[in-house]
Design a protein around this ligand. Sequence first.
Ligand code: AQP
Length: 351
Amino acid sequence: MQIEPRVFSGMQPTGSLHLGNYLGAMINWIKMQETHACIYCVVDLHAITVWQDPAELRSAIRQVTAAYIAAGLDPKKSILFNQSQVAAHAELAWIFNCVARLGWLNRMTQFKEKAGKDREQASVGLYAYPNLMAADILVYRATHVPVGDDQKQHLELARDIAQKFNNDFRDQIIAHGYRDGVFFPQPEPVITGPATRVMSLRDGTKKMSKSDPSDLSRISLTDSDDIIADKIKRAKTDAEPLPNTVEEMAKRPEIDNLVGIYAALADTSKDAAFNLLLATSTDGPSLFTGFKRNLTDAAIAKLGPIRSEIIRLMDDPVEIDKVLANGAERARALAAPVMDQVKDIVGLIRS
Ligand code: AQP
């Protein structure tokens, strides 16, 4: 049986989305909805793997949905919904908990980073997070997953899970009419663009993140023009002379990050952004001031209209809830026959 190309991706409602989420993933989501059947999820079950205040979570689910639409996702073209409304994600995740191996999860670097030193106190959900992510994708038998660079390892795990499920249940899968023994596809990561890993504005070695305690480390999609300007002005650089080449710049994480962000925002190449850095530099301590001014203009031009639209949409939560309910209904309809077959293949008795 032919596997149709289908796109799935999601973001956690753990706070306001930021420039990293936008440039690393969402820009590709918007492009792909023109050419593919796309499912974009607000992954609220992932969010609760670390503590969330319930009222803030409810609001963040709506705000992330508003950000999706404001950035250019069209609920008529793509399916938009929040994960917890489609029980099949959690059901398949349980089956994958029984397929994935402990050794595989032990290698996940994101768990190590997020759990930190106090591993014993991390939730079981945080540990099993990659299995739920595999279920999110495979419950729609999705073939393409546009994500930022940090999700590469989780995607590899999803591919391993798909492969092991196909191997473990090969005979049953063939009996279900999948003559090549492939029930779950190998989902392809789509990690492209000039800013697949946007770094913190305060530390060029750390990725920009919603959960960084310093608000100055990220530009949120809801930041005002003044706040954007202030954060870029205060963005860390270094005291070295200007790099001579793009290759030399790669060893200067803070500068490299700002130039990469500019290239992505202004829709230009990194070489062109680097040339702008050289052309706008001045002597003395304000070496980067001219470039930062250009970066601020580019950020405000791109993010200002998105912010205004988020604010407008957030004024009507009933409308946002309708989009989510409609998307969830469409998603349930796609997931149900896959889950029915999975249960049959595994040998579970259905009512
Ligand atoms: N800094 C980044 N650069 C490029 N892409 C990024 N993404 C996240 N941060 C960057 C991509 O955004 C998508 C959604 O991410 P998520 O919300 O599921 O969680 P995350 O990757 O863990 O992002 P955060 O912002 O760091 O959230 P918290 O702090 O809550 O953990 C993914 O495709 C991701 O690659």
